[in-house]
Design a protein around this ligand. Structure first.
Ligand code: ATP
Ligand code: MG
Length: 597
């Protein structure tokens, strides 16, 4: 079965079972605390948590989708048989409802078996099932064991795991989550490590491939790390599409199915090298070019921060591995064109934005090639003494981004000895820990723990923006904004220094609005409609099609992903601590929140 038929077949199967087909959401999530959409359930979080009702918005409780995902955490795994950065996730949901209107464990398991065995003709005897073993006051999932057994899966092919492996979610630090039960497919001894303990989640080999994760979502993880029951029960499932495709097409890995093979063959053609001898390089190039194209199609551009940094990282890795394979200049262009061809019918935006996508890739390659050349010169200089050390190589990597594979190739070609190679890995490990800590600070841990404080500062920022426009004039536009748990910082367009009097007016106006205890109203609507309704948008931001608009009385209305407080009185009082210049025609205000008088 070709991949296009399978994708459609999945949607049709669940449609027949009363599910509504929901299009993929953007790779850029509305929740600002996570970088990318990494699972199909993300766009449904407000429904899963009970905050919103699917009956109201979709007229059904049962949904099905094919979701574009991007997993930064899996970048280093790319090159194995089963992990990608970008991938598609097939999922079905039953949200809320009771035993008549919704389905839970039994329904989810029976649908999964029906689709895999009866529709796709997969051999049930190759299925191994994982079960949640119970941990942290959450009981073992005996119910799922019984259901699988009733449906013909013997107990011996079920393995139990704890929270780390068999409990899904939440996305970020808090939110809906629950125990899961997964279908792993046994590819046979040929792929195994032969260990007696080998089975699903084996650390040593990839004989067992996890294809479908069924999550029984009935918990919420709270700020303090505890789990409480959600007001409702949900089913949330996810199939790795690329994995299912290569298993159905009986291939050795995801890179040999019809989703990737044309790209792999194109790399062979351009580089004149064989896939078999350079498997890892080929796979990484193919994955990263595909991932890059999808990111660029969402308006992301290479940069040194956040999403743009991830794009730059994968693009540059693809470019340098192309160099390792001695590919000619601009070799990514035909690969990108091939990828667009594979996906153009499913994701037409790739075709309509093709010219733009190719330009971004070409520009990055030109920029990076220059950096690489100067890095290679540096390598030649350092290795004049006849050898080079791991630490020296790390320095070249970190200052000029020359990948270690390129340096190793150069060393081999020129007969240069590499000393203390381990030091490279040691330095690299340190480097990663530092950048991971930075990312976590921005996108996880710290930000979320300080969730409520940050909500107060977000709401205060909207009041500040509106007050500045009232006091100084409508020319005031947000130019930047930054919130830490201690203070807010706001940059805006205004030609001259604010007077003491103006600052006081702005402060007073905000505090008046706070004291009035106004409601902060939250609405969702299409982006264009939001603009038409007069909501302010930040021009530097790329918005998804559907946005959240927060408004406070008739005073403030902005498109924003939040979080915000429910009432203005929660903020306390605002105190502007500093007003200064932040570049030509731009002023910067710092403000803190203080206890009400
Ligand atoms: P694994 O342990 O194999 O990395 P996971 O537990 O992280 O998978 P889930 O978060 O349960 O995976 O995601 C649901 C499904 O998506 C998985 O069952 C798998 O088939 C697929 N999947 C997960 N990560 C990737 C990836 N990086 N590339 C391709 N498919 C993936
Ligand atoms: Mg899983």
């Amino acid at each position: 079965m070709d991949s296009a038929k399978l994708r459609q077949g999945f949607l049709d199967f669940f449609k027949k079972k009363g599910h509504k087909i929901v299009p993929s959401s953007s790779l850029i999530p509305t929740d600002p605390s996570v970088l990318f959409t990494s699972a199909g359930m993300q766009q449904f979080i407000p429904y899963l948590s009970g905050e919103k009702d699917t009956m109201k918005d979709f007229n059904v409780r049962h949904l099905v989708s094919v979701q574009k995902c991007f997993r930064t955490l899996d970048i280093e795994k790319v090159g194995d048989d089963t992990h990608h950065t970008f991938f598609e996730m097939l999922g079905n949901w039953s949200i809320g409802g009771d035993s008549k209107t919704g389905y839970f464990k039994e329904g989810a398991i029976e649908y999964a078996l029906e689709f895999f065995v009866e529709v796709l003709n997969l051999n049930k005897n190759k299925f191994w099932i994982t079960i949640f073993s119970g941990e942290k006051n959450i009981p073992k999932d005996q119910e799922s064991i019984n259901i699988w057994e009733k449906n013909g899966i013997p107990r011996e092919r079920m393995k139990e795991f704890g929270i780390k492996d068999n409990f899904w979610g939440p996305v970020g630090e808090t939110g809906p989550c629950g125990p899961c039960s997964e279908i792993h497919y046994d590819r046979g001894e040929k792929y195994g490590c032969g260990d007696s303990g080998c089975g699903p989640n084996c650390k040593k080999c990839s004989r067992f491939v996890e294809i479908w994760n069924l999550v029984f979502m009935e918990y919420n993880k709270n700020q303090d790390g505890s789990y409480s029951k959600l007001p409702q029960k949900n089913v949330d499932t996810g199939i790795g599409f690329e994995r299912l495709v290569f298993i159905l097409q009986k291939r050795e890995s995801a890179y040999e199915s019809d989703l990737f093979l044309p790209i792999i063959e194109k790399i062979e053609e351009i580089s004149g090298q064989s896939y078999k001898n350079n498997e890892k390089y080929f796979r990484i190039i193919a994955d990263h070019i595909r991932g890059s194209i999808f990111l660029i199609s969402e308006g992301i551009l290479p940069s040194n921060i956040e999403r743009g940094y991830i794009l730059r990282r994968v693009l540059r890795k693809a470019i340098s591995f192309g160099k390792v394979l001695n590919s000619p200049k601009n070799f990514l262009i035909p690969l990108a064109q091939k990828t667009v061809e594979i996906y153009k019918d499913i994701y037409p935006e790739l075709k309509s934005k093709e010219a733009e996508i190719l330009t971004v890739i070409q520009n990055e390659e030109e920029k990076f090639s220059k950096a690489l050349e100067s890095g290679i010169k540096l390598f030649e200089k350092e290795s004049k003494k006849g050898h080079i050390t791991g630490t020296e190589m790390f320095n070249i990597f970190s200052s000029a981004s020359v990948p270690v594979e390129i340096m190793e190739n150069l060393a081999e070609e020129k007969g240069i000895e590499i000393r203390d190679r381990d030091d490279f890995e040691k330095e690299m490990k340190k480097h990663k820990e530092i950048s991971r800590a930075g990312m976590k600070k921005k996108f996880g841990g710290v930000g979320k723990e300080a969730g409520y404080e940050s909500a107060k500062l977000h709401t205060a920022t909207h009041l500040l923006h509106a007050a500045l426009r009232k006091v100084l004039g409508e020319h005031v536009r947000q130019m930047g904004s930054d919130i830490t748990p201690q203070r807010l910082r706001f940059d805006f367009s205004h030609p001259k220094k604010m007077t003491e009097e103006e600052i006081k007016k702005v402060e007073d106006l905000i505090n008046q609005k706070i004291e009035k205890d106004l409601t902060v109203k939250k609405e969702e609507m299409p982006f264009q409609e939001a603009l038409k309704s007069g909501a302010l948008a930040f021009f530097k931001e790329k918005y998804p099609e559907k946005v959240t608009v927060y408004s406070i009385d008739n005073f403030s209305k902005e498109i924003c992903a939040g979080p915000h407080t429910k009432k203005t009185s929660e903020i306390g009082r605002i105190k502007i601590s500093k007003e200064e210049s932040s570049g030509e025609g731009v002023r910067r205000i710092r403000a803190i929140l203080v206890k009400p008088r």
